[in-house]
Design a protein around this ligand. Structure first.
Ligand code: ATP
Ligand code: MG
Length: 555
């Protein structure tokens, strides 16, 4: 049994399993992922993708990718391409790629059908008047003066709307349902609006565009979507979703709502993410600090980690906010399995091995990944002069400090045990060099007659090079940015979310291929940036530190 099927099924999984076993789904399960191409996908979308594609995989059904493209003003081909790329990266393959705009002609004839049946009318009220007529949760709405137009007149007017005989906003088509309905979405909702805008997919073919409500359910129905999964905000739209299906007598797709994903220390709405991009708070949609799929990909998160994370959080009916540490945990888990180990020193302190031969061209052998024997070994030059991390030495070290200190010993990872004999300082009293003794009998062997507890990382001084490393931190300083409506969410940005530093990296890292992930031993996981790395001069992004230091900082 796979890990997945051992986990108890969530409520949607249960509904589908029941529908399948009761023979309700003659053609099997059909789901869809329906993004509007008005921005890049974020981790919230990843939850929906994993759910829709994941269920289709599990039950040998099909999942379509459908672009819900009814707002030409905000949509673009750039977003469409990015969305396709992101879904592929997550490891899912759509059964079909569809565009709601491909159904415009069909939707138009359905609108005529409703008009002819006296269930839709053309209305002259402007947006403001429509709102005023709509009533409130406690008061019923008022009928529009246009509500009793005859089907013939409505048909003629609607045809003229399509033919471009009215100005933008001059008329709309509305469903004729119930102006006193307790659910405001049922009070004669808008079906079509006039908008002269170039559409990325249909060009200038249309000057009227269907609304989300009139498009979504019918598109599901056309694709024979059996289970239409959406987030809880759409619960109030479900009666309308069903109303269209009943009136038109079309394939009965079923809408089921689940809780959206919210993550601490970030925002998850395309509108806000777009604002961050446009105002220059981040460097584009794929800035590694962004919760976009393209951002986390560049940051070094893996598809497997995202899918494991989505599996862990599950699917419920209750909105909540998930600790981002849970996602980082999944990232560490996966990278621990797959990332090769390397050494890099961030704050170098020179070590001279006084007894080590001057011109010796020696190497030591390092294991690339203890979790994966297939990853093999590599040779690291070992020389008389090395760099270690400044923080791995202490002049007045407490007893429990198991790293380097005057007169004490430590093991250099993959190499020898050394002892610090002398501390060299400059005129200002700053430590500039440690002179150490190298115990030549300790390569791959314990020192005789004594215990050496500490192991520290190092790089050979002359054969290493400095590389740019980008250290990312939480994008916001508060757990739930934007929650306090009195404060613009951009004021809650973390001014220290990006720190650029240099590190001395072992020679093999200079050849790091862009997009490859590594564990820098004792420090964290890093990826060679796909945008800014040059051959022989990689730039590294810190994906995640080895340990979660955030909790400690806060506590
Ligand atoms: P945003 O508010 O970020 O623009 P959206 O819901 O408008 O999101 P769509 O492109 O319409 O974005 O969403 C495509 C699908 O992804 C929808 O089915 C939607 O319910 C789902 N989705 C969007 N955000 C989340 C989220 N945070 N968690 C889970 N599913 C989400
Ligand atoms: Mg939307």
């Amino acid at each position: 049994m796979s890990e997945e099927s051992e986990k108890s099924a969530h409520f949607i999984d249960q509904i589908i399993a029941d529908d399948l076993s009761s023979g309700k789904l003659a053609d099997g399960l059909q789901t869809r992922f329906p993004p509007e191409p008005n921005g890049y996908l974020h981790l919230g979308h990843a939850k929906s993708i994993c759910l829709n594609f994941g269920l289709a995989e599990k039950y040998k059904g099909r999942c379509n990718l459908r672009f819900d493209d009814t707002n030409p003003d905000k949509e673009s081909v750039e977003y469409i391409e990015a969305i396709k790329r992101d879904i592929r990266w997550l490891g899912f393959l759509p059964n079909r790629e569809c565009f709601a705009s491909d159904y415009f002609e069909q939707l138009y004839s359905w609108a005529l059908e409703l008009i002819d049946a006296g269930k839709a009318y053309v209305c002259d009220l402007n947006a403001e008047a429509m709102r005023a007529y709509r009533g409130t949760l406690t008061e019923p709405g008022k009928p529009s003066p246009c509500r009793d137009r005859s089907p013939e007149e409505n048909r003629a007017l609607f045809e003229k709307m399509r033919a471009g005989e009215f100005a933008d906003g001059e008329k709309i088509l509305r469903a004729k349902i119930d102006m006193a309905h307790p659910n405001l979405n049922m009070r004669d909702p808008a079906l079509y609006r006039i908008r002269r805008a170039h559409h990325h997919h249909t060009g200038d073919a249309w000057c009227i565009y269907p609304t989300y409500d009139f498009t979504h359910g019918q598109s599901d129905s056309l694709e024979h979507v059996t289970h239409s999964l959406c987030t809880l905000e759409f619960e109030d739209h479900r009666p309308l979703y069903n109303w269209f299906i009943e009136q038109l007598g079309i394939f009965p797709s079923r809408q089921i709502e689940f809780a959206r994903l919210n993550l601490t220390y970030t925002v998850m709405s395309k509108r806000r993410l777009l604002e961050l991009v446009e105002a220059g708070h981040v460097n584009g949609w794929d800035d590694p600090r962004m919760p976009t799929i393209s951002g986390i990909r560049r940051r070094g998160y893996t598809p497997r980690a995202v899918r494991d994370f989505c599996e862990t959080i599950g699917v419920t009916k209750f909105n909540s906010t998930t600790d981002i540490a849970l996602l980082e945990h999944a990232v560490r888990n996966d990278l621990n399995r797959v990332a090769q180990r390397r050494m890099a020193v961030f704050e170098p302190l020179k070590v001279v091995l006084t007894n080590y031969p001057e011109d010796q061209e020696a190497t030591v052998e390092a294991i690339n990944n203890p979790e994966d024997p297939q990853a093999g070994v590599r040779a690291i030059p070992f020389t008389k002069e090395l760099f270690i991390e400044r923080s791995d030495f202490m002049e007045d070290a407490p007893k429990k400090f198991f790293r380097l200190a005057p007169g004490r010993e430590v093991r250099l990872r993959y190499a020898y045990v050394i002892r610090c004999d002398e501390v060299i300082k400059d005129a200002a009293g700053e430590i500039v060099e440690l002179r150490c003794h190298c115990d030549m009998d300790t390569l791959g062997a314990p020192p005789e007659g004594r215990k050496v507890k500490g192991v520290i990382h190092w790089v050979p001084a002359d054969k290493s090079k400095s590389a740019e490393v980008r250290l990312f931190d939480r994008l916001f300083t508060v757990e739930r940015p934007g929650r306090d409506k009195a404060v613009p969410f951009t004021e809650e940005l973390n001014p220290e979310s990006l720190k650029i530093v240099q590190a001395m990296v072992e020679p093999s890292l200079l050849q790091a291929e862009a997009g490859r992930s590594f564990q820098f031993e004792r420090v964290g996981y890093f990826i060679a940036d796909t945008r800014d790395s040059e051959p022989g001069a990689p730039v590294f992004n810190r994906t995640v530190p080895l340990r979660d230091s955030w909790g400690k900082q806060k506590g």
